[in-house]
Design a protein around this ligand. Structure first.
Ligand SMILES: *Cc1c(COP(=O)(O)O)cnc(C)c1O
Length: 378
């Protein structure tokens, strides 16, 4: 069957991307089932996932609630932005990358009054500037920030921002898409009112949904407030809580695979163990790539261990398209950059990837550089 050989050829690729990511065979296989969305065993799986997600964030009901939203991560963020901020509200959005800019775009689409604190993509926000924005603009009702800016790999200081949110008593919305499951996140201690992540990042599931961990007292305020029907976080939560069901077709297979992915996270040793594996992956990646002569975009003090931005080498033979496609042919998928000022490419080390996979990639990089006749280090 030519179809199946085409499939197996594509399925052996390793994804060094910000997501969707490489998943384990057992997670992929868990999705090979037909189950009705009203089936009791499915309803139990969904309830189990919601509990487990709260546990991962060191929270539980009734103080916090887990809401699952169909669609990719962006849908989950937009459900919060478009449901949580009241008609007379205002958002303070802290930006240092493309995902931060995307939240502003959402606010504009929904005509939500917006104040932005914009920093360069290699720069952390200044807590003093956040405080002075809050003091000058008492109309601000919500703050939003990205935890891991996957644009570069920068980690924002959510502890400090959480302290400010607490001091001014303003609900904090955190896009933890690329960090949840890989950075230990105590949602209550961090004073987060809404944390959003998705199925296909560090929990290592397949794409299909996002999830929101929210303070119940905040969720309750969202009633009759949403600017969208399908993204109404209150109705979604109410539906899940009343009969355990989704309002509209759930991504059944993706949820079943996610339930398996959560078991595998637990078997690995939880978030701390996963963080350890990703950090080891990242250390090997950076060591090998800098030995080959590549330069990092971010300084160490703002860099996380999720994804790394490498500056395009200033070599006359370097072409990203060629570099990318040669690596792709060797089964390694890297990712272009999306920085506004510097030409970079990105290599993610999250997903079902191990040190041996990182070494496979760096050997392929070495081979491709030789093929392109590029010598970067001495
Ligand atoms: C992946 C990601 C998203 C969501 O992207 P989708 O393509 O909608 O899944 C949002 N924010 C960050 C920081 C991300 O890494």
């Amino acid at each position: 069957m030519s179809n199946s050989s085409d499939f197996s050829k594509t399925s052996i690729k390793l994804l060094f991307t910000p997501g969707p990511l490489t998943t384990s065979q057992s997670v992929k296989e868990a999705a090979l089932v037909d189950l009705g969305s009203r089936d009791n065993s499915f309803i139990a799986i969904v309830a189990g996932i919601r509990n487990e997600l709260l546990k991962l964030a060191h929270a539980n009901t009734p103080e916090y609630e887990a809401v699952i939203m169909q669609g990719s991560g962006t849908f989950g963020i937009e459900s919060v932005i478009s449901s949580a901020i009241p008609a007379n509200g205002m958002l303070l959005n802290i930006i240092n990358g493309a995902y931060g800019r995307r939240i502003s775009q959402m606010a504009r689409v929904h005509s939500i009054p917006l104040i932005e604190i914009i920093n360069d993509e290699n720069q952390l926000p200044d807590p003093g500037e956040i405080e002075s924005a809050l003091m000058k603009n008492p109309q601000i009702t919500h703050i939003s920030v990205i935890h891991g800016e996957t644009t570069t790999g920068l980690i924002n200081p959510i502890e400090k921002i959480g302290e400010i949110a607490k001091k001014y008593n303003i609900p904090l919305i955190v896009d933890a898409m690329s960090t949840f499951g890989a950075y230990d996140t105590d949602i209550k201690k961090l004073n987060i009112s809404y944390l959003v992540s998705s199925s296909n990042k560090c929990i290592e599931g397949i794409p299909g949904f996002s999830f929101i961990l929210a303070r119940r007292s905040e969720l309750e305020k969202c009633r009759n407030q949403a600017r969208s029907l399908s993204l109404d976080i209150y109705d979604q939560w109410n539906g899940l809580n009343s009969n355990g069901q989704f309002r509209f077709t759930p991504p059944v297979q993706s949820l079943i695979a996610f339930s398996q992915a959560l078991k595998e996270l637990d078997n690995e040793g939880g978030v701390i163990a996963r963080a350890g594996r990703y950090e080891e992956n990242n250390n090997i990646l950076i060591k090998e790539m800098t030995e080959l002569g590549f330069e990092l975009y971010l300084p160490a003090n703002v860099r996380g261990y999720i994804i790394t931005s490498f500056i395009y080498p200033a070599h006359k033979y370097f072409s990203f398209e060629k570099f990318y496609s040669e690596l792709n042919e060797r089964g390694c998928v890297i990712y272009p950059g999306k920085l506004s000022k510097t030409d970079c490419f990105r290599i993610g080390n999250i997903g079902h990837l191990y040190p041996s996979d990182i070494k496979k990639l760096t050997s392929a990089v070495k081979e491709v550089l030789e093929l392109m006749e590029i010598q970067l280090s001495n």
